[in-house]
Design a protein around this ligand. Structure first.
Ligand code: F6P
Length: 532
């Protein structure tokens, strides 16, 4: 645990569905279908100000949701009488809240220079210094390849949290990117992406960043081997992992050293940083390379603003709490288990996948924190794509399909990379879609009829900067945490991904054994016959 003093202090044995406010909400949901969002606005001219929160450079309007004042009140009682507040405090203190893995959850300490545990705080500072130092050397041209060339290409090899977060942030913050450095992200076991990338790169000016918390992940280890072989062949180096062409990022430094990585080229993080929450740690090295150390610190500082808000704001004005309650209302009471993420900014194109992992890997659970089955639904299916592309793909269903999907619209008020007129058009599209979903349009011709009453939440960032991205991501981390705490599940483990990994190894090592069903056996045989 890197020296942390662990205290198990969290109360478990809570059943969300036995909470009296849960029961009241269940009752309210039966009559909710007779209400319309438009009626809520007609009855209450103050609705927008009541159902919106401004947090620094982020403004969120959640008034276009199927939530009446009474529902809102009960949802807030539910939050107040759930383990949420107690668990929030335990998380920030570093108590052991990830019970099934016996770990603390301290990604928030990564952005808190004044974190209370001096030992942890020093370790974080040491690694951050190392990250910023190496990033600075690469950016300035001081870090040179084995043949004396400066580095122009960075290839981040990692998957899941060791890929999506850094990839999402580097794309989102391209306005701040170093003009010389080109960043590439390799994740999939599919061999084609890395082969075709390497065909285009000059090995003399390429740095591979091997990012894996465990340093055992199959995809990352295999892609690393491809990169190692390539450097060895092209540059005639016998131990490439020990050359300036490789930096490793991991919470298992011993394993990285065993693979042959030079110890001073290892950037560490810790088991108390979950993979999907790791972009603030050394795992965010690619971000630091891309936007530079000062901007990376601004990114951390933006996230810290949301941490402070989450810790110190009363529930009713607490943005992550309110967002979690909206999601719980749809999920558990209206039984709508889908949530579309539609950013109106092409630089946020990886945001839907980032939020997908955050929500679905964290909260896709069927037992509570004590391991007992839950009798209510957990994570929503989170998906999406940038607008306006999405409008020409799946919005037909959102407007006229038989089921409805709550949409999160994300817009950037001032975009210095876009021409003003075009940017206005983009944002007009976003607002128009939210209005159309809610108000609909009645038509005698049923093909042209829009039922309306379809909910959405609109997020507006003043600008897209390291601070505002940090703030936005941190709000969503806490939103996911609040959902998990109200559902009384462990949002920080991911045992569900293990079985598939095990069976893959079994297939590779032993072929189809009697463990496998008839369909998988027959598919395996067909694939093998095709290979032969
Ligand atoms: O398989 C899921 C997972 O464990 C994610 O939680 C994680 O982000 C990803 O794999 C990568 O793991 P690692 O960083 O250890 O290679």
């Amino acid at each position: 645990m890197g020296g942390i003093i662990i205290k198990v202090n969290i109360k478990t044995q809570y059943k969300a569905s036995a909470n009296r406010h849960w029961k009241k909400l269940d009752k309210l949901s039966k009559s909710a279908s007779t209400d319309t969002i438009e009626n809520y606005f007609l009855k209450d001219t103050e609705r927008v100000s009541k159902y919106s929160i401004a947090l620094k450079e982020l403004y969120v309007d959640f008034s276009k949701n199927l939530i009446s004042d009474e529902i809102f009140r009960e949802l807030n009682y539910l939050a107040a009488t759930s383990p949420l507040l107690e668990r929030r405090d335990s998380m920030f203190k570093g108590e052991l809240i990830n019970l099934s893995e016996c770990r603390s959850v301290l990604h928030t300490a990564l952005r808190d220079p004044a974190f209370q545990d001096k030992n942890i705080s020093e370790q974080i500072a040491t690694q951050l210094d190392k990250v910023t130092k190496i990033a600075g050397q690469v950016r300035s041209g001081e870090w040179i390849g084995s043949q004396g060339q400066i580095i122009n290409n960075i290839v981040n090899i990692g998957i899941g949290g060791s890929d999506i977060g850094p990839k999402m942030a580097c794309e989102a913050l391209k306005e701040f990117a170093h003009p010389r450095l080109k960043l590439y992200f390799i994740s999939n076991l599919d061999d084609e992406p890395i082969r075709s990338l390497l065909n285009r790169l000059d090995p003399r000016s390429t740095l591979f960043v091997i990012s894996s918390k465990t340093f055992t992940t199959q995809e990352t280890i295999i892609n690393t081997q491809v990169a190692v072989d390539w450097i060895e062949e092209k540059l005639g180096i016998t131990d490439p992992l020990n050359s300036p062409h490789f930096v490793a990022i991991t919470a298992s430094p011993k394993l990285a050293i065993k693979h042959g990585v030079a110890p001073d080229q290892i950037l560490e993080f810790w088991e108390w940083v979950g993979g999907r929450f790791s972009l603030w740690s050394s795992a965010g090295f690619a971000i630091c390379l891309c936007i530079g150390p000062d901007n990376f610190r601004r990114f951390l500082a933006g996230a810290k603003k949301a941490d402070e808000h989450f810790q110190h704001t009363p529930l009713k004005e607490n943005l992550p709490v309110q967002l979690a309650l909206i999601s719980i209302w749809y999920n558990n009471f209206l039984h709508v288990q889908s949530n579309a993420i539609v950013p109106y900014c092409e630089r946020l194109s990886h945001l839907p996948s980032f939020l997908q992992q955050l929500e679905m890997e964290s909260n896709g659970k069927r037992v509570d924190i004590d391991g007992l089955p839950i009798d209510y639904d957990s994570a929503s299916v989170t998906w999406g794509q940038t607008g306006t592309n999405a409008q020409h793909a799946f919005f037909q269903m959102l407007h006229q399909g038989t089921c409805y999907v709550p949409v999160d619209f994300i817009g950037i008020a001032k975009d210095s990379l876009s021409e003003a007129k075009q940017h206005r058009m983009l944002l007009a599209n976003m607002l128009a879609q939210g209005a159309a979903l809610m108000s609909g349009s009645h038509h005698d011709d049923s093909f042209r009829d829009y039922p309306g009453n379809r909910p959405s939440t609109t997020f507006i960032l003043d600008e897209l900067t390291p601070e505002t991205l940090g703030l936005f991501i941190s709000v969503h981390e806490h939103r996911v945490f609040c959902e998990g705490a109200i559902w009384n599940i462990n949002s920080f483990d991911q045992w569900g991904v293990e079985l598939g990994k095990q069976l893959t190894l079994e297939l590779l090592e032993k072929g189809v054994t009697p463990t496998f069903d008839a369909s998988t056996s027959s598919l395996f045989k067909r694939l093998n016959t095709t290979v032969d």
